[in-house]
Ligand binder design. Structure first.
Ligand code: SF4
Length: 573
């Protein structure tokens, strides 16, 4: 028989509190218990006046931002609808059933009032919690960027001079309003009793110098990822963004998506720790036209100085491997495990990497084994930091079978070597080592899944806000949420993990004689466990000679078997 559900609702008892209605194992209970956000009141205190109407509690605002992230909501309006509907969300933000919730428009105002600086501080305070929980290693840093679609269509592109002129007009109008408001504030302050206190807080002469010096040194982070329009890219290639800008979102620039689709977008750059928790250290959104390699050094210095890190190496793909980046990273004592940027060579011809440089003889060896010698005053040019040209003999090249794949020049193939090429050779040497190959393999499973997570579950596929300041804020909130997830997942086990990792750390003394294990015992275990395999990998990193004379062949075979079984690294001994 078909059932018919009668609709009827009894009044809730008076003594039934919201706290009782939220299940004990609710996710937001865990979040409330683990993450104390009371620090945000201090963070935003300078932005509030001493008197007047009470504002929305900043803690409530930031809790709502976390709910926006965890529920994958696209707007503040949707957010407040969800909070009004769900008891657990009401409980988390601390509003009882009968209490009126903040209006969604207030949240937008508060976000604009706080600005990017407050959100960056919020992001960094959460990283601080991750550091305290022992989730950060800081020995290796991974760099990558992903394309994020802007909330604007390609059809909105117009001549840049028109868009910038229009914005300037708007800005001047607003500036007039701001100036009038500031003058009114000044008049009120002059007649107020707090005059002396205000004067005391003015910057002193020394501070002025400091402010001037600081404002002169601009980097990608301090200017919020904005493009430097004086920067010229590849000669002869005009960027669309130099002449055209979007009327909807002037900061978004045209990008090639997979296939031939052209959309307006941004690049979101992440710097991720190599520890198991994959904590995101830095986030920066730049216009789509900015290539990945350009903000890398600013992100690295900021991460290293802010968190007092001295990483052993940094890892990134070929887009990061420019001479400038590699030279700066190597000069600072960090290994540049970067792919090499081979752009610029002729398609179908041997790239420069096919030629081996012999530093002792100061010449290049070509794929046919012939030599390319330096032209002119090579030593003088090198001393002055100039480029040295190397050339093979025209007659040798003319008789060479490989010439169709090498050069069309009748004078022979030539190569140019600049001051940074020594660093490139160093990276080529790293490429032959297992730690380099392992770092590059690890990059794929370390940082790219974070972008996938952001895009699949947290709205990172397309920004919901416009302009650089707001998209940076949005990206910071997504990255903050991702770090909070790791803090909830791993943070509670901090001390235990520290003890365990200390126990697994290699002894400072001589290498234990692993080869003395009896062959029978080794066979009985039917291969090595993943822990042993990892330990052997670490030992091999520290003691390169182990692969040659420290381990028995059986053990090496077991390492290979364990690698294959666990789908991890390929054993190379
Ligand atoms: S063409 Fe000249 S430089 Fe090129 S492979 Fe042959 S000999 Fe060497």
């Amino acid at each position: 028989m078909m059932g018919i559900k009668e609709r009827g609702f009894r009044r809730l008892p008076e003594d039934l509190s919201l706290d009782l209605l939220v299940p004990e194992d609710n996710f937001y209970r865990r979040l409330e218990e683990r993450i104390d956000l009371s620090f945000v009141r201090e963070l935003v205190r300078p932005l509030y006046a001493g008197g007047g109407r009470r504002s929305i509690d900043p803690v409530v605002f930031f809790k709502l931002q976390l709910v926006l992230f965890f529920e994958d909501l696209r707007s503040e309006r949707q957010l407040m609808d969800a909070v009004a509907d769900r008891l657990s969300l009401r409980w988390y933000v601390g509003y009882d059933r009968h209490e009126r919730l903040p209006d969604h428009s207030s949240l937008t105002r508060i976000r604009e009032r706080y600005g990017l600086g407050v959100f960056r501080n919020f992001f960094e305070r959460i990283i601080g919690m991750c550091v305290e929980a022992g989730l950060v290693r800081g020995e290796e840093l991974f760099f990558d960027a992903t394309k994020v679609e802007a909330d604007a269509a390609v059809d909105s592109l117009a001549p840049r001079w028109f868009v910038e002129g229009h914005l300037q007009d708007l800005f001047e109008e607003n500036a007039g309003e701001h100036e009038a408001g500031a003058q009114a504030d000044r008049d009120a302050e002059e007649s107020g009793p707090e005059d002396a206190e205000h004067v005391r807080r003015l910057p002193a002469a020394g501070d002025e110098d400091l402010i001037r010096a600081n404002s002169a040194s601009e980097d990608w982070i301090s200017r919020g990822g904005a493009q430097d329009r004086s920067f010229k890219g590849t000669p002869g290639r005009e960027r669309t963004a130099d002449t055209r800008a979007s009327r909807t979102d002037p900061a978004a620039t045209p990008m090639r998506w997979s296939g031939s689709a052209r959309k307006l977008g941004y690049q979101t750059h992440y710097v991720v720790d190599g520890g198991k928790s994959r904590i995101i250290f830095s986030v920066l959104v730049t216009p789509g036209e900015v290539s990945e390699n350009r903000p890398m050094l600013d992100l690295l210095w900021r991460t290293a100085f802010r968190w007092k890190l001295r990483p052993h190496h940094v890892t990134g793909d070929g887009k990061y491997g420019t001479i400038e980046n590699i030279a700066a990273v190597e000069r600072s004592g960090i290994r540049a495990y970067l792919g090499l940027h081979e752009a610029g060579g002729r398609v179908g011809f041997f790239p420069k990497s096919a030629f081996a440089y012999d530093a002792e003889e100061d010449l290049y060896l070509c794929p046919a084994g012939e030599t390319l010698k330096a032209l002119g005053d090579a030593e003088g040019n090198r001393r002055r930091g100039r480029i040295v040209t190397y050339r093979a003999k025209g007659s040798v090249c003319a008789a060479c079978d490989l010439k169709p794949r090498c050069t069309t020049n009748k004078n022979g193939r030539s190569l140019r070597r600049g001051p940074g090429d020594g660093h490139i050779d160093l990276v080529r040497a790293y490429m032959e080592t297992e730690p380099y190959r392992r770092a590059i393999r690890k990059r794929k499973v370390w940082i790219e899944p974070l972008f996938a997570e952001g895009k699949l579950w947290h709205g990172m596929r397309r920004f919901r806000t416009r302009t650089l300041e707001k998209t940076n804020t949005e990206a910071l909130l997504i990255a903050t949420g991702q770090n909070v997830k790791r803090l909830l997942a791993f943070g509670g086990k901090g001390p235990k993990k520290l003890v365990r990792s200390a126990a697994l750390r290699l002894p400072a003394g001589p290498l234990p004689d692993l080869a003395r294990r009896s062959r029978g015992a080794h066979r009985r275990k039917r291969g090595v466990s993943l822990e042993l395999f990892n330990k052997l990998e670490r030992i091999r990193d520290h003691y390169p000679q182990v692969g040659d004379n420290g381990l028995s062949c059986d053990l090496c075979r077991c390492m290979a078997a364990a690698a294959a079984r666990h789908g991890r690294w390929a054993a190379t001994t």
